[in-house]
Design a protein around this ligand. Structure first.
Ligand SMILES: [Zn+2]
Length: 306
């Protein structure tokens, strides 16, 4: 996609919202036929007023205002919200034009361009969400201090969901650590989905894919890493499984963590913490472990896949 594709997207949104506005009108007119008459009358008066102002007269506004007030009363009496027939905008700030004050790009435009660049890294698997999280697949036999796997998953889920609900007012790093097959990736994707549903942009990369992009970038390929460094929430899954490449793995990982210090990063790993230190060094280890910046969920229990 290019800028013109993004602009075309605004056209599509405008048409879609226009359709929705018309649907609401038909629905309200069916229930309150008088509304339609009032709206038509207002339209006629507005056109008259416009003609008058062009010819130098200032027409009377009172009748229009009175009719508009009456329309709102009819609408609310019929059980609709008073703004139900207002224009529908996905982004009220720019009225779905992508531009504010005729010149400045709206925040939603920048978001769209970023999302466009992230493309495949934006997971849209609709089967993964906190709502669909099935806690019953976990064993409820007590395994540790009277707690079952299921009890533990319930508490991991609570912490993760709270993190997603607070985003971006939560610690910049979330570390999901523990053995294979305990649901870490699933939880990370649930957070991502919630964060996206709350209007933010997020991206998901396996460490393998991310570091291979870094490697190609290092070799001089024209790879745009900006979106990875700029996306508000970045999930890196399976840290520790990527091949270690001299002058790439540790260096790029450190740069990434460093440059993203004001943004949010979720790191999913099977590595015990001491191995993070051994593999990536003290600088990265201390960044990830510093409790002022980082929150941890340590998954314990049995692999649910077997
Ligand atoms: Zn906008």
């Amino acid at each position: 996609m290019s800028i013109s594709d993004v602009l075309a997207e605004y056209d599509r949104i405008q048409r879609q919202n226009e359709t929705e506005k018309n649907r609401r009108r038909r629905q309200a007119y069916k229930k309150v036929p008088e509304l339609k008459e009032i709206h038509e009358k207002v339209k006629t008066l507005q056109i008259e007023r416009l003609k008058q102002s062009i010819s130098g007269h200032s027409g009377d506004k009172d009748e229009i205002l009175a009719l508009q007030e009456k329309a709102i009363t009819l609408l609310t009496d019929a059980g609709f919200d008073q703004h139900y027939l207002d224009p529908v905008y996905t982004c009220p700030a720019c009225r779905d034009t992508g531009v504010i004050d005729g010149a400045q790009r709206c925040g939603c435009f920048k978001k769209r361009v970023l999302e466009d660049k992230l493309d495949a890294a934006r997971l849209t698997d609709s089967s993964v969400s906190f709502e669909q999280f099935n806690i019953d697949i976990f064993d409820d036999k007590p395994i540790e201090k009277g707690k079952s796997q299921k009890d533990q998953m319930v508490s991991y889920k609570q912490v993760a969901e709270a993190y997603a609900n607070k985003f971006p007012d939560c610690l910049p790093v979330l570390l999901l650590s523990g053995g294979i097959g305990l649901g870490k990736t699933y939880i990370a994707k649930c957070i991502m989905r919630r964060v996206i549903e709350r209007g933010n942009t997020a991206a998901y990369y396996t460490a393998y894919r991310l570091f291979s992009l870094f490697h190609r970038h290092r070799l001089g390929e024209n790879i745009d890493l900006d979106p990875i460094f700029e996306v508000p929430l970045l999930i890196i899954d399976d840290i520790g499984t990527e091949p270690m490449t001299r002058n790439v793995t540790v260096e790029y990982f450190f740069d990434l963590i460093n440059e993203r210090s004001g943004l949010h990063t979720i790191i999913v790993t099977n590595l015990p913490f001491e191995e993070i230190n051994a593999r990536y060094g003290e600088r990265i280890h201390s960044r990830l472990m510093d409790t002022r910046h980082s929150q941890k969920i340590i998954f314990r229990g049995k692999d649910i896949r077997y």
